[in-house]
Design a protein. Structure first.
Ligand SMILES: Nc1ncnc2c1ncn2[C@@H]1O[C@H](COP(=O)(O)OP(=O)(O)OP(=O)(O)O)[C@@H](O)[C@H]1O
Ligand SMILES: [Mg+2]
Length: 367
């Protein structure tokens, strides 16, 4: 740091880090603010599989010290220069419910009512979770009296999950001011539609997260316990490949592949990649229809994200399946980066949606 810049009171620009602890890999993104823009400084990913005696792309269930060890390796490899981080909480370890209750304006009355109601939705003793909730702001329609109901988003995370994440943060020598359920991070980095509802499909390794975002609020969320690792396993079994081979081919070919063993090149049957994706999409369609019928609204688009969202020509398959506008998540579109990096950033973007969203929130904190 130069003495002069200090003397003239020039603010030191601070860098921040988003850390996404996924079931199959760790993803990090480091940003810095320059005026109104977020500048990409570095990013990186490291598969957890090999640290758990597993293949790349497969989900793991590692203890905090192992995750911290991997994260430390990743921070070093990616030349990260800050320890100020925002950390994600897996959706599968949290609970989100949008409920409707009679309007109460007194905060104490509100709290009592919400805490009583929340017990109905939380499958464990309330003392075992961190409970949070927000009153959803309603659009005011002119000439209408205020509603006698209020919508409340209940959020609960198990204490064990938070303890695990704290262990990772300490082990990797990071500092954090927040832990955020991953779907909120993704919304920040990939959803731009302000009015009409949008469905987000985060296809991870172990699970696919489906949720509808309306006016920036999560109107609905659902976990499908199938993801990229199941796609790989099915390709492997159906085509007599190892998990490792199937993972490599899947990434190379995705839906582009049409027939087995073309021109001597090792390949797989397209039906085997369709099998799991069609199951995930069937369930998505079911919950989407449920949402659309209940709310009397139709979604404007489906945004594909997560590592599974990177699958070649998945968008075309999804378009055929849903007959709705399909968009590929482009979280790096929200940050400034050198032009030569753009094609790569656009391609890998869906994998980094959570990490970018966390870093963006961390930057907002500095303002
Ligand atoms: N280019 C690609 N083509 C197809 N699939 C891919 C590609 N890149 C990654 N994947 C798959 O995406 C999955 C990993 O996605 P992601 O990194 O979003 O998962 P995660 O965050 O670790 O898991 P989860 O969100 O379920 O906890 C793996 O199963 C991997 O095989
Ligand atoms: Mg993930």
């Amino acid at each position: 740091m130069s003495f002069l810049s200090n003397m003239f009171g020039k603010k030191k620009t601070k860098s921040v880090l988003g850390v996404d602890i996924g079931s199959s890999s760790l993803k990090i993104v480091q940003l810095r603010r320059e005026g109104e823009t977020a500048v990409l400084e570095t990013y990186g990913e490291l598969a957890l599989g090999p640290y758990a005696g597993n293949e790349v792309g497969q989900a793991t269930n590692l203890p905090a010290d192992k995750i911290a060890e991997t994260l430390t390796d990743l921070l070093r490899e990616a030349n990260v220069t800050t320890n100020e981080a925002g950390i994600s909480i897996p959706f599968a370890r949290s609970l989100l419910r949008l409920i409707t209750l009679p309007r109460r304006d007194d905060p104490n009355e509100q709290r009592t009512m919400v805490e009583l109601e929340a017990r109905k939705y939380i499958p464990v003793p309330v003392s075992e979770v961190q409970l949070d909730w927000f009153v959803v702001p309603e659009p005011i329609s002119e000439g209408q009296p205020p509603s006698d109901k209020m919508r409340i988003l209940i959020v609960a995370v198990h204490n064990d999950e938070l303890a695990l994440l704290q262990g990772v943060v300490q082990g990797a020598k990071l500092e954090t001011s927040f832990y955020e359920i991953e779907i909120f991070s993704t919304i920040r980095s990939v959803v731009d539609e302000p009015v009409r509802p949008v469905l987000v499909l985060d296809i991870g390794a172990s699970a696919t997260k489906v949720y509808v975002v309306e006016h920036g609020v999560v109107a609905f969320s659902h976990n499908i316990p199938q993801g990229g690792q199941d796609v790989t396993r099915t390709i492997a079994t159906a085509n007599g490949l190892t998990i490792k081979q199937a993972e490599i081919f899947k990434k190379e070919q995705g839906f582009k592949n049409s027939s087995a063993a073309e021109g001597g090149k090792l390949s797989y049957d397209r039906k085997s990649i369709e099998l799991i994706f069609s199951r995930i999409f069937e369930e998505t369609k079911r919950v989407l229809t449920q949402y659309e019928m209940g709310s009397q609204k139709s979604v404007a688009a489906i945004v594909l994200t997560g590592g599974g969202g990177v699958t070649k020509e998945l968008a075309a398959y999804a378009k055929e399946f849903f007959s709705v506008d399909i968009q590929l998540a482009d979280p790096f579109g929200k940050v400034e980066a050198p032009a030569f990096m753009r094609p790569v950033l656009a391609e890998i973007g869906p994998e980094f949606a959570v990490a970018v969203g966390l870093a963006l929130r961390k930057l907002e904190e500095l303002q």
